[in-house]
Design a protein around this ligand. Structure first.
Ligand code: PEP
Ligand code: MG
Length: 593
């Protein structure tokens, strides 16, 4: 490819996790752990220079925080208060004196002295009983990190520093950081690590921000202000593209827009196959602000509201009143026929401020979701009260994540009964017939689906985790991304088993993992007889169109055929070929190559 000016064009291939094309300037954010140098200094003059260097780094960090605070001052919420607290730590005389004394007495460099100050703070905070106070060590760590970056000349830019349109380039982004992109001028992002079903990727899709992850070393190849093209549909990032490439991608962008507009036209029509089977198509959302987009893209309801994002980037858990008002906005919307609120699924690769969770060795298999709720019933009950109260205003369901066996759902049901009694005693209205369902996303739950089906009103299969746990693949690890195969025969057999168990017990079985929104799998899922599919709003128009043009007869035939294969690649090849012949135009849009 030709070079643009003096800068070399580089094409990088990663995993496209949020579709769309963006073209803009790079804004690198670097928060990889810093290597702290240890230097012994014997010369007194040099030690004083070290002290002066430390004070300069404190001043620059304070000025940086003041600038951020001025920008945030007009905003409500916790942001300005956190910045204020960080400035106070920077000005704390104990913090400053302790570091300066360590430089002088031990004859060492400022970075190492600062690290020793931090470890003393860690000891003090670690001995505190109160979980909230104990957790404040995170603020001290953030402040120390900022000062270290200034000492090492590494800069400290963050998402909150972005003023103009930009493409974020980072080693990794947490879901909490990705949420901060909401309403900012972020055109796209590209990261070294990550996987398609990580929560960072899910948030990117919900915010309609094109994203490519798993690029391995983009942070080493991109400098601030480099021009980038991010193609989140095909997983390509082009650094310093020439004019011709930019034109080609602008065309591609237009092309997607035209096709999307075409699909949107039929998005409101019902998802009914040609031979009359209706499928409930819902939207997966994380924020109430996504509701207009869900409706625009043709969702009949909300099949999965990931409520844990309501807990993100705040110091205190939401109150009952906040939950209630929040969920009420969803259920009262006249275009939303039903809304399923998944109780909070914190832990795993998501945000959590509880240090007991943060320190777990393997959080995906740790104190996550319902396990955390049963450990902390007080927090759980607050949310349940909020959902139950919202149920008085519209068709509402409660869905419990990460159920692994019967005991857990029985315990949850007891808690729900207690919460209902409490509301009855307070004469607060709620829907007595509110539906209770579970996510089937742990293989053990799938295997005892018959027993679980007797206890609940519906199932929703969470393939993101079901695949992660049944195939033993970390969903956020780009190195094993190639093993993440929804069409693995084991996954298909588990899905079929769960659907059959649910139907035998007379309950509906839906799917809300990312597989539900993959048009390549739509015929397969129809043939597996799922009753509902819930997906990211952007995926709805195409999936609905395929459903409307299909028959159950052909879908079942396809399933019968592929269930005879033992190998994933045979199944994938067969389906790809089938879909390409059956829906050639749609496959072009969905990048089924
Ligand atoms: C799933 O696991 O498939 C799912 C929908 O839940 P989450 O992606 O939030 O874990
Ligand atoms: Mg899950």
């Amino acid at each position: 490819m030709a070079a643009q000016g003096l800068k070399k064009t580089i094409v990088l291939k990663g995993i496209g996790v949020s579709p769309g094309v963006a073209c803009g300037k790079a804004f690198p954010i670097d928060h990889r752990p810093i290597t702290i140098p240890y230097i012994e200094i014997s010369d007194r003059d040099f030690l004083e220079k070290e002290v002066a260097r430390f004070i300069r780094a404190l001043d620059s960090s304070t000025a940086e925080l003041e600038a951020i605070k001025n920008k945030l001052d007009a905003e409500e919420g916790i942001g300005p208060l956190i910045i204020e607290a960080h400035v106070m730590i920077l000005r704390d005389t104990g913090f400053i004196r302790s570091t300066i004394e360590t430089i002088r007495k031990r004859g060492i460099n400022a970075e190492w002295a600062l690290e020793l100050t931090l470890s003393r703070y860690r000891d003090v905070f670690g001995r505190m009983e109160d979980v909230y106070l104990k957790d404040r060590i995170r603020d001290v760590e953030d402040v120390v990190h900022r000062v270290l970056r200034h000492l090492l000349g590494a800069g400290g830019e963050a998402i909150s520093d972005i003023k103009e349109e930009a493409i974020i380039v980072a080693h990794d982004l947490s879901p909490a950081e990705t949420v901060q992109m909401k309403g900012k001028n972020i055109l796209a992002f590209a990261t070294d690590v990550g996987g398609k079903t990580s929560h960072t990727a899910i948030v990117a899709r919900s915010l309609s921000i094109p994203a490519v992850v798993g690029l391995e070393n983009i942070t080493k190849k991109v400098r601030k202000e480099d021009k980038l093209i991010v193609d989140g549909t095909s997983g390509v990032v082009i650094v310093n593209p020439d004019q011709e490439t930019v034109r080609r991608y602008e065309d591609k962008k237009r092309h997607y827009r035209i096709l999307e507009e075409d699909f949107i036209k039929g998005a409101g029509l019902p998802a009914v196959t040609k031979d009359g089977r209706g499928i409930g198509v819902g939207a997966n959302i994380e924020f109430v602000e996504e509701i207009p987009s869900a409706i625009y893209h043709g969702a009949n309801g909300v099949g999965l509201f990931r409520t844990e994002f309501f807990y993100v980037n705040r110091e205190q858990s939401p109150t009952e009143e906040e939950h209630y008002e929040h969920y009420r906005i969803v259920v009262e919307n006249k275009d939303i026929k039903w809304a399923t609120f998944r109780t909070f699924d914190l832990g795993g690769d998501k945000f959590i401020s509880d240090p007991r969770l943060a320190e777990e060795m393997n959080p995906a298999m740790g104190l996550r979701a319902v396990r955390y709720c049963l450990r902390e019933p007080d927090i759980f009950e607050v949310q349940l009260r909020g959902i139950l109260r919202a149920s008085a205003h519209g068709n509402t369901g409660i869905m419990i994540p990460m159920i692994s066996g019967l005991e857990e759902i029985l315990e949850v049901k007891k808690i729900i009964e207690k919460v209902k009694d409490n509301l009855r005693a307070r004469r607060i209205p709620f829907n007595e017939g509110i539906k209770l369902g579970i996510m089937v996303e742990v293989p053990s739950a799938a295997m005892v689906a018959d027993a679980l089906a007797r206890e609940v009103d519906f199932f929703s299969i969470g393939t993101n985790d079901l695949i992660q746990y049944s195939l033993a693949i970390d969903r956020v690890n780009e190195h094993v991304g190639y093993l993440y195969r929804p069409c693995h025969p084991a996954v298909l057999r588990l899905i079929r088993y769960v659907v059959e168990a649910g139907h035998r017990a007379g309950i509906k079985v839906a799917m809300c993992g990312e597989m539900a929104g993959d048009p390549f799998c739509t015929m397969l899922l129809l043939g597996l007889e799922l009753d509902g599919l819930s997906m990211t709003p952007l995926a709805i128009p195409l999936v609905k169109r395929i459903i409307r043009e299909a028959t159950m007869e052909e879908a079942k035939k396809l399933v019968n055929h592929v269930m005879g294969f033992d190998r994933t690649d045979q199944i994938e090849e067969y389906i790809k070929d089938y879909m390409r012949r059956r829906f050639p135009d749609y496959c072009a849009v969905a990048d089924v190559e």
